[in-house]
Design a protein around this ligand. Structure first.
Ligand code: ADP
Length: 457
């Protein structure tokens, strides 16, 4: 049996700390099942040359982490990854900014990842690289003589070629993806954007089958592998968490009011200002919702080194204060805005307690919170998911109430519809969604990807 080597910018905290982010949560669940090596940056920078990887074994997973040069970190991580690629992939060009030194640092860090990973590789490994920070890694490894199967999975959306062309050097980036044997995306639409991009740049020589192509003189698989969740694990954790002190105290504190829950990293792509405005619109337009609903939003800050992330934090604090100032009563605060991470178990318990799950990103590769919210529900009395059409999850969860996240009035109407939905309709929508989630859970995601990769051995 082959060994799975997963590579991502960051690895999850081996000591089991809180990880907020779809990649860390999804990959940890996948590796916990199959075991293997997880290679990535350990979160530390240093002035001098990075040393050998630090290796820690925990359960079935061996974690190998490296440090980065202090001088590279900012331009590679904040710069190229999060000021160039992130807004580009999310079609949010207002946040896009390019500098040549960003690209140089990105290349240097990918080359460093390849150099440090190389001595750890074994002949029967299959290598699975994750996300936009590490697109050129396979090309670097191939140049160093690595012939093991290599796959790439993009957790974020893949943009249309006309948008990708905004990026200087986009063609090299596109071509470097063809050094992988398997290139996986969240949705068929993303996979199509990629192959169309290759075709329009004359980088595609032939279509060999449904998802097989010839590019760069090699045969590659390009397909959608929508990431799933551990449905039963979440459902059980959510049920158990209901009796935990924090969750039961929180529910008691609601005093029979209905809970609307939002759980996101604090990121401008998550549509939080629009969501806050939609809640304000709801309270203004439907006075019967006042005192009846409480909106709780979790949003731990991330990427605090990027200016846009500091700005959105300020904007949301002001917006929450404004709405509470406008509508609060002595015994009712409409928005509870919590700016930090929480334990997964507690979040799952709150998801189960929430009558409405509000997931309205302006664009998202998948959005695991949408799937977690559905998985956490009580099948006898499930809550309602209000979901952005622009999240990858909407391709599978079309039984949610789908909204346009830019349409503030439309979202207010959707919340009103959710708050008044009769239980037979809630159960019907839940049944349709939970079936989809079971058919494509985290196990299926990992197995399908790794088996496709192993077919190249
Ligand atoms: P992204 O990868 O862009 O952050 P996803 O919705 O795909 O978005 O994944 C987010 C993951 O992080 C989910 O598993 C979610 O439960 C978790 N998460 C989000 N916010 C928090 C928080 N405040 N505390 C702990 N975990 C969180």
């Amino acid at each position: 049996m082959s060994r799975l080597v997963a590579v991502s910018n960051r690895v999850a905290d081996p000591s089991g700390g809180k990880s907020s982010g779809g990649l860390a949560v999804g990959l940890l669940a996948a590796l916990n099942q199959k075991g293997g090596l997880w290679f990535g940056w350990g979160g530390k920078t240093r002035g001098g040359a990075p040393s050998a990887p630090k290796i820690v074994k925990k359960g079935k997973i061996e974690y190998a982490t490296i440090d980065l040069y202090e001088s590279d970190y900012d331009d590679y991580y904040n710069g190229y990854s999060n000021i160039c690629l992130w807004p580009l992939c999310h079609y949010m060009l207002g946040f896009f900014r390019y500098e040549r030194r960003f690209k140089d640092a990105y290349r240097r860090v990918n080359a460093l990842f390849a150099r440090k990973l190389l001595p750890l590789l074994k002949d029967d490994d299959v290598i699975w690289v994750h996300d936009y920070h590490l697109i050129p890694l396979a090309a670097e490894l191939r140049a160093a003589g690595v012939s093991q199967p290599m796959g790439f999975f993009l957790h974020v959306p893949f943009p249309n070629i006309d948008v990708l062309r905004t990026l200087p050097g986009y063609r090299d980036l596109l071509r470097s993806l063809t050094a992988y044997d398997v290139v996986g995306f969240q949705t068929p639409n993303d996979a199509r954007n990629f192959t169309e991009g290759l075709a329009r740049e004359n980088l595609l020589q032939a279509k060999l089958g449904h998802d097989r192509f010839r590019s760069g003189g090699r045969e590659i698989v390009v397909s959608a592998f929508p990431i799933g969740v551990d449905v039963d694990g979440i459902c059980q954790a959510a049920e158990r968490a209901l009796s935990s002190a924090t969750v039961s105290r929180t529910v008691k504190g609601l005093a029979d009011r209905e809970l609307i829950l939002g759980v996101d990293r604090l990121d401008y792509s998550k549509g939080l200002p629009e969501r806050f405005r939609a809640f304000e619109e709801l309270l203004a337009r439907y006075p019967d919702t006042r005192r009846r609903l409480v909106y709780m939003q979790f949003a731990p800050p991330t990427r605090t080194g990027v200016r846009a992330y500091q700005d959105i934090r300020e904007e949301l604090e002001q917006s929450a204060g404004h709405i509470n100032g406008r509508f609060a009563e002595p015994d009712w605060v409409p928005i509870r805005y919590l700016n930090r991470g929480f334990s997964r178990n507690m979040l799952m318990g709150l998801m189960r307690s929430a009558q409405i799950g509000l997931v309205t990103p302006l664009r998202d590769g998948m959005n695991l919170v949408a799937k977690e919210y559905v998985a956490a529900q009580d099948p006898k009395s499930p809550g309602v998911l209000v979901l952005s059409r622009l999240a990858g999850a909407a391709a599978e969860l079309d039984a949610a109430i789908l909204v346009n996240p830019y349409d503030v009035e439309g979202m207010a109407e959707a919340i009103q519809q959710a708050a008044n939905m009769p239980s037979p309709e809630r159960r019907e929508r839940y049944q349709a969604m939970i079936e989809v989630l079971r058919k494509n859970d985290i196990d299926v995601w990992r197995t399908r990807f790794v088996e496709t990769l192993e077919s190249f051995q």
